[in-house]
Design a protein around this ligand. Sequence first.
Ligand code: ATR
Length: 472
Amino acid sequence: MNDLYEFGVAGLAVMGGNLARNLANHGFRVAVWNRGWEKTEALLARAPEAGFGAFRTPQEFVGALARPRKIILMVQAGAAVDACIAGFLPYLEPGDIIMDGGNSHYPDTVRRCRELSERGIRFLGVGISGGEEGALNGPSIMPGGDESAWPEVAPYLQTIAAQVDGVPCCDWIGPEGAGHYVKMVHNGIEYADMELIAEAYAFLRDGLKLDNREIGSIFERWNGGVLAGYLMEITAKIFRKADPEGEGLLLDRILDAPGQKGTGRWTGVAALETATPAPTIADAVFQRFLNADVELRRRGVDLLPGEGVALPRKEESAAAVADLESALYAAKICAYAQGFALLKAAEREFRWPLNYGSIALLWRGGCIIRARFLNDINAAYQRDPELENLLFDEFFRGELAANLPGFRRCTAAGALAGVAMPAIAGALAYFDSCRARRSAGNLIQAQRDFFGAHRFERVDRPRGETFHADWM
Ligand code: ATR
């Protein structure tokens, strides 16, 4: 039995190969398999010290693993996951554990959990964030699914995860698709975070007309304050990268047509499906579509009027930059409030009990949205695990109050200057909507009753009692 391997990694592209190396670097005996042999060969050549057991067929691979088998799939989300499972299934035995470490859509994970549990196989959907560097040196890991498997895989996953203040960025998330759902929300927040920073860049460049050197040093300074985090850090670095093919900054030579792989879109869809307001996340996705439509924007330059009102001259821009920092921070709080509201929606819709404070902790390291700020979010949920909305926490209320004047001034300045800042402006609207004593929803109800007899409730009658008026 001793020559059996304790952990199997299937799929040896960048993420899988690095995760396998991470496991081996921590002293685990790892078996590897890939559909084609070239990637296996390349991995063995790249990491001869890892002592991998490499196998050509699913049968040999599964047979080389100690029972209950622990296999993590690191293949493309979608059909490849089902194909791998089908390939391994004939050789697996009840109690064996399959983990899907890819970016699977959570409804697929729910389905796989159910299908495999009928066959006695314990399935986990494991969200992994951190890109290739994280996979090798410590990602953020979000496991969900069959909880009975967790104690058996925890020693592996928690060891290879990023560690912050001695705490692994990996903890049990919840049943079925909870791990992949939380990973999806992480990505939605990541979209919002990136869009907010990009809007700040647009404001500094097109509104205040600052040059790259000035903008770079502002991002650098911000990374030393409340906005400190991985995305701010890499943004500051981007402003130091010269174009290897010519003069000036590489950034200025990059086509302004952003791509996306779809996890932000899934988050937007989940927000719509669970009736959870998440406008800042959705705006970030929409803005990628809009900016990617280079041709439409090119025609718009000629067709649409757009004279903005000039902002303060460069020499007097310090106050506007301070307002922008306030806006960015306050909007970021709103975006995270929306992300955590989406987590709450999963608890409501799918009955997946989630620990919000612990989720904030496991995003502190390894993943793209890692930031100092997540400690404050964890503290908020420690104060009140059932917090209705992150904005309502006493610490964040104080931060919002302090930054609100700058948030408003900056949003107004962007609108006046004609700089598109949908995520920042939308976050402010979200904030103001959350504090509206009387929204404009009464007018919507009147219109609905007018044209469709949809009925309305009255402020002077008990909730639930409905009325219809003769509008004509
Ligand atoms: P990365 O890790 O770089 O993000 P990915 O695109 O998520 O890569 O996944 C690619 C992996 O999925 C590869 O290992 C690929 O196997 P091959 O190299 O043999 O093509 C694997 N993969 C894709 N479709 C598969 C399938 N139907 N069955 C098994 N493995 C598959």
